[in-house]
Design a protein around this ligand. Sequence first.
Ligand code: AMP
Ligand code: ZN
Length: 457
Amino acid sequence: MKLYNTKSRTIEDFVPINDKVVTMYACGPTVYGYTHIGHMRKYIGDDVLRRTLSLLGYEVKHVMNVTDVGHLTGDRDETGEDKMEKGAKKESKTVWDIAQFYTDYFNNTMSKVNVLSPTIQAKATDHIAEMITLNEQLAAKGFAYETDQALYFDTSKDSRYGELSGQKLSDKEVAVRDDVIIDPQKKHPADFSLWFKRVGKFADHAMYWPSPWGDGFPGWHIECSAMAMHYLGETIDIHTGGIDHIPVHHENEIAQSECATGHDFVHYWVHYDFLLVNGEKMAKSKQNFYTVDDIVAHNIDPIATRLMFMQTNYRKPLNFTWESLDAADQQLKKLQKFAAHHEAIGTISDTYKNSFAEGLSDDLNTAKALAIVWELLGDNSVSEADKWATLLYFDQVLGLDLNGIEKFSISVEAQKLLEMRDTARAEKDFTQSDELRRQLEGLGYEVLDTATGTKLQ
Ligand code: AMP
Ligand code: ZN
């Protein structure tokens, strides 16, 4: 398989550390707000990647974190109020309630779009001890310094800092100079907190734990390093995230992890581009987002989002419109209809199987894979049973739950209406026959007039 690696900025051959097992860490949600379609692009992306690796014969160990500690407003810098506390105040609940509520909302959304549960879903608040241990290692090796407010990672000690995004430390100084230096003891604007002390603006912070640096809570970045290494080892195969994570979060994860262990943290960095609305990133803060409930309210099957995303390369921005989701829903309906009308499972077509896998192995060319699906369905040289077998094979990656579609059958009520309609037509009572057609359509059937009478689909 070939995969674009943000680290090398090239498409590389994917070679896992362990022949048949792939370790994959996916940055998970910050649970202080509703999961929206923008998030879905990232997690459906992870799901397609994971399913592709499985299809190609790998066993995938997929770990995803849930950021329930609470983080800072603004662009993940250290200037703002804690996101969870802000959410809690707004809704007059405890921060723990807020985290649970939005974690459930996230998981519920994922199941509605048929995203497989990660092998391990790890909550940050359950791994504070691992984060403290990692911070201690960094401090012991001289990569951290303490101020009155926090324990910081010292970026000046890491000669490779900035390699992922290609930014030099001196560029960062210019980029973040205006808004970040709020701790006068912090040495460099790019230095980031490994541990926040429960002092100053955080004196009333609701979530806190004891640590060698006093009561407080972990920085955001340390959570992913600690949990990824705890579950998957010090060097992992794949790490995923949205492109917004490249310059800060993932840069910082690399710095902490590699300075602590002395070797590579991640071999392949996979980043998904944004879902946009009118050219702007869909985001909680911009109030331009839609959730799975909005999709259902539009009478669209949430699973259609999978088709909408797969039509576009994951490394390209995608502008969201209801029209495009609706078009994906129409395509989904066609596939569901095919599934409803096919029971006998034949043999998987090798030709189509190979082209499908070839498309996906080419840096997840999902648009090509989808084109192959339509080509198969239109190919008269393949039997219906073989088409169905091949489509079920494809669905291991597409994840459209086609096997779960109820098989087509004509209900007793519909059969009665059908017979009444045939009688009406024989008697040339077209008003009555049109009315019966409407009733049958109301029951969800497609009504076809054939030489031998009414046919339902
Ligand atoms: P957050 O909960 O904000 O940390 O976001 C969780 C993940 O979703 C991150 O990997 C983000 O990069 C990703 N994400 C958030 N908004 C979008 C969007 N509009 N399009 C694509 N990915 C997004
Ligand atoms: Zn992360």
